[in-house]
Design a protein around this ligand. Sequence first.
Ligand SMILES: NC(=O)c1ccc[n+]([C@@H]2O[C@H](COP(=O)([O-])OP(=O)(O)OC[C@H]3O[C@@H](n4cnc5c(N)ncnc54)[C@H](O)[C@@H]3O)[C@@H](O)[C@H]2O)c1
Length: 265
Amino acid sequence: MSNRFESKIVIVTGAASGIGEKTAIKFANEGAKVVIADINKEMGSIVADQIKKNNGEALFVETNVAEFISVDNMVSQTLDTFGIPDVLINNAGINVFGEPLNMPDSEWKRAFSVDLDGVWFGCKAVLPHMLKKNKGSIVNVASVHGIQIIPNCFPYPVAKHGVIGLTKALAVDYAAKGIKINSISPGYIETPIIDRFFNTKPDPIAARKEAENHQPIKRMGTTDEIANTIMFMSSDECNYMIGANIVVDGGITLRMHENEDTGAG
Ligand SMILES: NC(=O)c1ccc[n+]([C@@H]2O[C@H](COP(=O)([O-])OP(=O)(O)OC[C@H]3O[C@@H](n4cnc5c(N)ncnc54)[C@H](O)[C@@H]3O)[C@@H](O)[C@H]2O)c1
């Protein structure tokens, strides 16, 4: 096993499940001290315990990324337990999908508070500490919804476009100070969030098959494939990468039409 992140301090938000869980475990396997920051206490504690059972170092901190005070408290606990974070993965996110004019204002607020405010609050809480060392890496988990629009998935794509914009703005402001900030846009990845999405469809099995077929690679991505990219982006292997958005989507955003026979432009 590689020890690329030996003694590095890594915070992963939304690490109780899916992409965040896999990413946290893989960082720990490569020597990092990992903070599992999640609103779900039960599942987050299980992930931290699993890492510790495998002789890794982990700390679970119950965190609501939608509240700055909660995020700031999580960062304080990280400083007290491990020290200044080297890496922050802003991964916590929720799907809020609807038809724009039928969407209550509360849904707009719910999406933005987690999917965009949550990313900003993570950056705002760790940056002052990273700046003391003039070194740090932040990876924000956006989505293919951050670059393209699927009808009636409002306002999730608006928030994810915002994540990519926020990443670029902060990346430019702090690049000269040794901080690299980038985002990743996963396509369809096998996780509980995607199960919940297909379960909203009249025929979840058919909807899943259709989504698989639509991808040039003809399958969903795995959490491993996203975690591997996040770790590369967090490492010193890519210190010249500033404000980039890496699309990891099996080619889905390259395809224009759902129907293979359609050639019309
Ligand atoms: N799965 C996909 O296909 C896919 C595709 C593109 C982007 N994404 C993005 O990847 C990220 C992770 O998604 P996932 O598929 O692993 O989902 P998931 O539902 O498996 O995990 C999300 C985690 O975030 C946590 N969380 C939710 N709200 C929170 C809050 N307010 N504060 C702290 N933690 C909170 C949940 O408890 C959960 O542990 C999200 O930002 C999502 O938008 C996922």
